[in-house]
Structure formats: C-alpha cells, structure tokens
Design a protein around this ligand. Structure first.
Ligand SMILES: Cc1ncc(COP(=O)(O)O)c(C=O)c1O
Length: 461
C-alpha cells in the first residue's frame, strides 16, 4: 500500500450518489474502513486532497473536510509541507487481534517439518534471477496446466535417476503440493468409477478427509512393525508410504513389498506417497515401487520436505489411464501452478544444485536425529524410539497409555507440542501409548530442551 508517488496510494472507495447518506459521511467512513482493514497501512501517505477529489469526482473542500475529521479522530496525521499520512499509532490498535492469537509452542515436534532455516535462499535467488533474465514473455501467460515442460522433464530425469521411477515429461504432472495431487487423484478415481480407497491406519487425518470429500469410502489397513498389513487389503486402491510411513516411521519390509507388488499385479492400484524418501540416513534409499509396476502404481512426491512446504510444489507420475481425468480435475480447480517457482526448481534440478542441497540436508538431519536419540536415552527412561531410519520424524513409545488430550494440554503448558499416535488412527481412541516426534525444524539444543520438558510432563501425568 505504501506508495512512492507524490500523489499517494491509489484509493478504491465506493461512493454512491445517494440522498440517503451525504457524500462527506460516505467518504469519511470509506477512509476509516480502508485504514482499519489495512488497505491503507500505518505510515502510508494519503493522496493530496486535490488528487483524491479529482479521482472521486468530488469537490476539493469536501475532501479537505473529511481529512480534517480523520485528523481529529487520530486516523491521520499531517506533517507540514510533507502531506497527510495514516497515523503510526494505529499500528498497535490494528495489530491487537493478531497479538491475541495463541503463542506458538517453544518446542514444536511437528512430524515432517523441515528445517525452515535451511531453505537454499542464495541458490533459489540465483535460479530466479537467471530465469527472469532469460525466459521469454510467454512464461507470464497462463501456465501449462500439467506443469511447465521445463520442470516436468527435469523431474522425470531426477526421479528416474534418484528414485528409479519410470517417468517421462508426459507422465509427470506438477501440483500444488502432494496434497493437491491426492485430491485431484481422488476425483479422477471417482470419475473412473472407483468408490473405495484404503489408507494406512494410522495416517494423516487430512488424507482421509480429502478422499472422503471426493466421495470415496475410506477404509483402514493396520500398520505393524513391517508396515501396512497388505495381505488384509480388500479395497481396490491403496494409499501407502512404503519408504517411511507417517506417523509411525515404519519402512515397508521386503516381505510386504513383495506382497504389495503381487497385489498390484493382480489388479490393485497403488498410490505411492514418496514424500520424504530422499532423506535417508543409514543406507542407500530403497527404489520406489513404481519402477516395478508403472501401469498400476501412481507415484506422488513433494518439495515440501526437501525445500519448503511454503512453495506448494508437488508432483505425480501417472499411468496413461489417469492422465486425462487428472488434467480435467485440475482444469476446474485452479488452472495450474505458479510458473516462476516451477522454473526456479527446474533450474536447481538441471544444475545439480538440488542434489547438493540434499546432501547438505542429510548431514544436518542426521545430527538432529542423533540429538533426539540421545535426549530420549538420557531423559525418557522407559520410552523407546522407532521409525527413525529416514525422514524427519520418529515414533516415541511411552511406558504406558496416557490420555491424549491431557498429554496435549500438559505439554502445551510446558511449551512443548507432540503428536499423539491415537489422533492419526481412524477410530481416534482417547488414550495413546506413542507420540510422533518431528525433529527437522528444531536445533540440537532445542531438541534437548523439548525432550526434557516432555519428560517433566510425563513424570507428572
Ligand atoms: C504423509 C505425507 N504425505 C505427503 C506430504 C506432503 O504434502 P505437501 O506436498 O502437500 O506439503 C506430507 C507432508 O507433511 C505428509 O506428511
């Protein structure tokens, strides 16, 4: 809103030529509202009375009178020779509702949160600069709804190389995060006549909700220490994260991978959620299952863990029969993803900057994972960790079941937030014997302090 123009900001005020309300009163309340809503920011220079009068087709004296009224009320201030400004003192008043929002916990173990301080700002900026310098004007048109070809082809190369996915520029689609890819897939599946989908139990409640919202019946497949119990599958479609399940952190065992592939070859359709598979610490990553059955496995990935969830960039590799209904669903959604971030990511992928960034991330997260294991061993006797082979979260097993709400409340009081396993289960029982702990966005000392605070809470429960 702040303007460098001597005339001040453009002001959109709706004044109706009516007898019911004098124009001056309408002008005054329009200005008050613009200031209260923040359309005119504290400190912004107001248009000169002459300019505003000309814009609105009013007499200048009427605008002068309205300004004087708002000066008297404290909405505006005048500086001799410099003009009229929105009062700075208002900032405090306008910010009050925001200050009332609940404070964020000091130690938030949100599963899957990446280190937000690790975003490769300099690399991203270089990539954007390069893209803006060299791209043709056509990049400012509506983008290809499937994703820009630059990114689709760069992703296809990367996924073939890093994840053994069978992909081409034609089969890869870019989405607004993996979440949108799942929502669009749900609609595409319904369009193809599907009525039911199985999800891992426990899993992210948001995933169950988006399938249900598309009209699919959602059933659960229990997860044990080998992963989803695929031999118990009854639904024809399954969403599964074989590389690192959320929230348990379980990696699908070789036996279960075999069973899942057999199920797929007998006609099952698998949605492989590979959201954090690049972050693997103790051994080389397992290849994606999609590479073994590309006609029956839909591969979903995301930049949310490796770069930032704020980018809202995800991707999906689709078998032929799903491409048209997926694109159709996207066309009635939002016409595609923003072009510039797509080009910047394509640039990082093509110049091996993404790979370099991943290597640095693995080193960083390995240290954080070690800090978590260490803090748990020192402060939480009777508890154990599992599911920490990969990704950004692990599962902490408590010595016994506790009331989930009570645990959350007491943790909140102690400045810690943890994520009870029970809340990821379809039935959502009141008590929980495990919590998911994300360690990606906490430093080693924050992890230590957070676990110490959690130990204090558990000792008092
Ligand atoms: C299980 C799972 N899948 C996928 C994602 C990625 O979602 P998005 O790409 O929409 O940020 C997440 C993020 O937390 C996740 O937990």
């Amino acid at each position: 809103m702040r303007s460098t123009s001597p005339l001040g900001p453009e002001l959109l005020l709706a004044l109706v030529g009516s007898r019911s309300r004098p124009l001056r009163a309408q002008l005054e309340s329009g200005l008050r509202e613009a200031i209260r809503e923040g359309r005119l920011a504290p400190g912004a220079r107001m248009p000169s009375s002459r300019a505003l009068a000309a814009d609105l087709g009013l007499s200048r004296s009427l605008v002068v009178q309205a300004y004087e009224q708002l000066l008297a009320e404290g909405y505006l201030t005048a500086r001799r020779g410099a003009g009229t400004f929105v009062a700075h003192a208002l900032r405090q008043r306008l910010d009050e509702p925001r200050a009332a929002a609940p404070a964020a916990p000091r130690y938030d173990f949100f599963p899957g949160a990446p280190d937000l301080a690790a975003f490769p700002r300099a690399r991203w900026l270089r990539a954007l600069r390069d893209v803006l310098r060299t791209a043709p004007p056509s990049i400012f048109a509506y983008p290809d709804v499937r994703g820009l070809p630059e990114l689709r082809f760069a992703l296809a190369d990367y996924l073939r190389r890093a994840r053994a996915v069978i992909a081409s520029g034609e089969s890869v689609m870019v989405s607004s995060g993996a979440t949108q890819a799942l929502a669009l897939l749900a609609r595409a599946l319904v369009q193809l006549g599907h009525r039911e989908i199985a999800v891992e139990d426990p899993c992210l409640p948001a995933h169950r909700a988006l399938f249900a919202a598309a009209g699919l019946r959602v059933v659960g497949v229990a997860v044990d220490e080998q992963g989803a119990q695929v031999e118990k599958l009854s639904a024809p479609v399954l969403l599964c994260a074989p590389a690192h399940q959320l929230p348990t952190g379980v990696v699908l065992s070789p036996r279960r991978r075999g069973a899942l592939l057999a199920w797929v070859r007998q006609g099952g359709l698998l949605i492989e959620d590979d959201y954090d598979a690049e972050l693997r610490y103790d051994r080389r990553p397992l290849a994606a299952l999609q590479g073994l059955a590309p006609d029956r496995v839909i591969y979903v990935g995301s930049a949310s863990k490796t770069l930032s969830p704020a980018l809202r960039i995800g991707w999906v590799v689709l078998p032929e029969q799903l491409r048209a209904p997926f694109i159709q669903a996207r066309l009635v959604d939002d016409l595609g993803s923003a072009a510039l971030p797509q080009l910047a990511l394509a640039h990082l992928l093509e110049h091996a900057e993404y790979d370099r960034h991943l290597r640095a991330l693995r080193r960083r997260y390995r240290l954080r994972r070690a800090a978590l294991a260490d803090a748990v061993a020192r402060h939480l006797s009777g508890c154990s960790l599992s599911g920490a082979d990969a990704g950004l979260h692990a599962l902490l097993h408590l010595p016994g079941a506790v009331d989930a709400e009570e645990l959350l409340f007491s943790c909140e009081q102690a400045g810690v937030r943890v994520y009870p396993l029970s809340m990821h289960l379809i039935e959502q029982p009141p008590s929980t014997d495990a919590v998911a702990l994300g360690y990606g966005n906490l430093t080693a000392s924050e992890i230590e302090l957070g676990i110490r605070a959690l130990a204090g809470v558990l000792a008092r429960l």
